[in-house]
Design a binder for this molecule. Structure first.
Ligand code: SAM
Ligand code: DTB
Ligand code: SF4
Length: 331
């Protein structure tokens, strides 16, 4: 299902802007065409998310309900026991997921007993035959290597927004810290999952700049999540307007065209989308969704698994068995 066309890593801002600003139907048609050259368009990967440590985070990401400093309704939960996490992963596999992502509300990984427990979780989930992913905050090269040796397939670390807009959204770390962690993940031989959020008050130029950073990395992230802001009461961004569906479609379609081999994930925001709106996202090249138990993503609402399976049936889609590895040829 992959073409012999090389992947491009020399995109310019002007080229990406010209794609992003195309008339919508032209853009979707082009993205759908590229999608069919590189992927089986009837397959959507279901990735189950589990919050293994919730809330109480020292960071100030202004979109996030898990930051300790905001007064949200989210209940703090210490690191879950390994057996509980493995039981959740088994359940996810039985429900049709092929990927399992464990998320922790940490600023960074520390070399302590909690990290040892994460290593055990990675081993256990890997043994189930699931693609195992973690998102734990900043990571050193040594920590990334430990995760790789335990069988970690992917590490999620989003850019979140453009370099220029970053300081408006987060003050407790820098955009460069994000890049550094992504490089550490790459050096350890783990696949990269990196994307961002729209609806934070950023401009189209910020979105294009974020996509440019991703598409000009020496190797494209194998996985690119596109999140619409999930507005959480008590956070500084709680009153942001809802993301228009066509903005989501434009982001997904542009990501699909410039990073054709990557799995593009329709991430946060599905709860506010109709089935028809999600279908537009799949048409534009999204080939993964996130699910969570009890109709939650991490701490915000998400459609239930049976609702998603009904949607797949209505749209003639099937859960993907395993993610295809990107064939990365540089020109
Ligand atoms: N603490 C780690 C970190 O920030 O890298 C890992 C967990 S964090 C929940 C993972 C990603 O979820 C964030 O980078 C952000 O892109 C996304 N996210 C968090 N809250 C969100 C929200 N309210 N709406 C949309 N995406 C969100
Ligand atoms: C990603 O890009 N989106 C997921 C996953 N990677 C970890 C998380 C979305 C979180 C949405 C808000 C919440 O429920 O906390
Ligand atoms: Fe903490 Fe991650 Fe939320 Fe930022 S996005 S506050 S680092 S859990």
């Amino acid at each position: 299902m992959q073409t012999t066309e090389p992947l491009r890593h020399n995109w310019t801002k002007e080229e990406i802007e010209a794609i992003y600003q195309k008339p919508l139907l032209e853009l979707v048609y082009e993205a759908a065409t590229v999608h069919r050259q590189w992927h089986k368009a009837s397959e959507i990967q279901v990735c189950t998310l589990l919050s293994v440590k919730t809330g109480g985070c020292p960071e100030d990401c202004s979109y996030c309900g898990q930051a300790a400093r905001y007064h949200t309704d989210i209940k703090v939960q210490a690191l879950l026991p390994t057996e509980t996490v493995i039981a959740h992963a088994k359940k996810a596999k039985d429900a049709g997921s092929s990927r399992f992502c464990m998320a922790a509300a940490w600023r960074e990984v520390r070399n302590n007993r909690d990290f040892d427990r994460i290593i055990d979780m990675v081993k256990g989930v890997n043994e189930l035959g699931l693609e195992v992913c973690c998102t734990l905050g900043m990571l050193t090269e040594e920590q990334a290597l430990r995760l790789q040796e335990a069988g970690l397939h992917a590490y999620n670390h989003n850019l979140d927004t453009s370099e220029a807009y970053y300081d408006e959204i987060i003050s407790t770390r820098k955009f460069d810290n994000r890049i550094k962690t992504i490089q550490n993940v790459r050096k350890a031989g783990i696949t990269v999952c990196s994307g961002g959020i729209i609806g934070l008050g950023e401009t189209a130029a910020d979105r294009i700049s974020m996509l440019l950073t991703l598409a000009t990395m020496p190797k494209h992230p194998e996985s690119v999540p596109v999140n619409a802001l999930a507005r959480v009461k008590g956070t500084p961004l709680e009153n942001q307007p809802k993301v228009p569906i066509w903005d989501m479609v434009r982001m997904i379609a542009t990501a699909r065209i410039i990073m054709p081999a990557s799995v593009v994930r329709l991430s946060a925001g599905r709860i506010e989308m109709t089935e028809e709106e999600q279908a537009w996202c799949f048409m534009a090249g999204a080939n993964s969704i996130f699910t969570g138990e009890r109709e939650t993503l991490l701490v915000t609402p998400n459609p239930g698994v049976s609702e998603d399976m009904q949607m797949f049936q209505n749209l003639g889609l099937q859960p993907m068995v395993k993610e295809k590895e990107a064939v990365c040829t540089t020109i």
